[in-house]
Design a protein around this ligand. Structure first.
Ligand SMILES: Cc1ncc(COP(=O)(O)O)c(C=O)c1O
Length: 401
């Protein structure tokens, strides 16, 4: 066999890789944030707080850098942080995971989700996701060669059933190929939270199967009205089969630091770490030292996070009542869904673009969170993790709708 003749002159590269993610474009969060910049719009789209990171955390980060915590951290996370996470978990949920065998620090919850999926999903496996779901779930499943099986959460209404899991539908979606079920409470985008009854249903559903549970709990501390966050870590039978994932970005107002973690039993953690060690290997060392200090020194920060956000939520909802957008209930998280059907017949993507360009407020459409969006749903997501001035500026514009 002869090789093709070698070209002696440079030819521009025309290589076109065949895409592994044909349905994926730029995430809706980047698209809308870019549009916000172009149109000088108030950005209530992407979920990031615009208030300060706790002073102690910033000081601890500086100190860690000055004191030389600048080289690779241990692959699983620095011991002080894993111990702090173990103690915090016990304080919050009455169960202390083993810091060495069961806790892994990651570069954000996104990395943890990717690692967990790749640790257990084989080609041809099915993973059940509950729509609407956070947009990094399905690409992770598909890159692992798996298939996402979409089960809708309850339809939006202004009652407590909004976005509640339908356990009969979920049960019907299970097949011998089901490898994983992904859940998210408090839920992005709706704020819906699992109840104790949901946990009982989930436990019964998984009992006797070999399905792995991935529980995305990044908003674990942002819960309202005295509700209890039903962490999977509270429930022995569930946590034995679960990757439980959280994010310091959400808890400490520093989404840009991208530090999160995963708690899972030793065998699941061992597989998780095989992916993590060749994905990022380790996470920004000085931030790990800073979080270790912060978690221990100021537990009231995470314990009072719901109380910190609740007045913001209430004020924003009150203000929305003066607009033609109808706010849905927000049990947890920092997103407010609004029904815009009194304002427009546009589909949600077109509506959010129109709202940004014509009215200077960025919202996120819900359709990108679905495999197949429910026809005629007129909902958009607004983030209220913002200063009063930002929210007031948005409301002033929304009142004109
Ligand atoms: C439900 C959910 N899971 C995961 C993430 C990703 O978290 P991180 O920024 O720590 O990667 C987010 C971020 O918005 C989220 O809303």
């Amino acid at each position: 066999m002869s090789l093709p003749p070698r070209s002696t002159t440079y030819q521009p590269n025309t290589l076109q890789p065949s895409t592994k993610l044909p349905r994926v474009g730029t995430t809706i969060f980047s698209v809308m944030s870019q549009l916000a910049v172009e149109h000088g719009a108030v950005n209530l789209g992407q979920g990031f707080p615009d208030f300060d990171v706790p002073a102690r955390l910033i000081d601890a980060l500086h100190r860690a850098m000055r004191d030389g915590s600048n080289q690779y951290a241990p692959m699983t996370g620095i011991p002080a942080l894993r111990e702090a996470i173990a103690a915090k978990t016990e304080r919050c949920y009455g169960h202390r995971p083993d810091a060495d065998a069961e806790i892994t620090v990651t570069s954000g919850a996104s990395e943890a989700i990717f690692d967990a999926v790749h640790a257990v999903v084989h080609a041809g496996d099915e993973v059940i996701v509950l729509d609407p779901c956070y947009d990094c779930y399905v690409p992770a499943i598909e890159l692992a060669g798996g298939r996402a099986v979409h089960v809708p959460l309850g339809l939006a209404g202004d009652d407590s059933q909004s976005f509640a899991p339908d356990w009969a539908l979920i049960r019907a979606a299970i097949t011998p190929r089901t490898r994983m079920l992904m859940v998210n409470t408090p839920h992005n985008p709706s704020g819906a939270m699992f109840t104790a009854a949901d946990i009982a249903e989930l436990t019964a559903l998984l009992r006797g199967t070999d399905i792995v549970l991935l529980s995305d709990e990044v908003y674990e501390h942002i819960v309202f009205d005295g509700a209890r966050h039903e962490s999977v870590l509270r429930h022995p039978e569930l946590r034995e089969r679960a990757y439980v994932i959280s994010s310091f970005g959400k808890t400490y107002h520093c989404t840009g630091w991208k530090v999160g973690y995963c708690v899972a039993p030793p065998a699941l953690s061992a597989e998780f770490r095989k992916v993590h060690q060749y994905n990022t290997f380790c996470t920004f060392t000085p931030a790990q030292a800073a979080f270790a200090e912060m978690i221990q020194a100021e537990p009231e920060h995470y314990e009072q996070l719901g109380a910190f956000y609740q007045p913001r939520r209430d004020r924003f909802r009150e203000q929305l009542l003066g607009t033609r957008l109808q706010p849905l209930p927000v049990p947890g998280g920092y997103f407010q869904l609004v029904d815009y059907s009194a304002v427009s017949d546009l589909d949600d993507a077109a509506f959010c673009r129109w709202l940004t360009v014509e009215h200077g407020v960025v919202a996120i459409p819900l359709s990108p969170f679905y495999g197949a969006p429910p026809p005629g749903q007129r909902l958009a997501r607004l983030c209220f993790a913002k200063n009063e001035a930002t929210l007031d500026a948005a409301i002033e514009r929304l009142e004109k709708l």
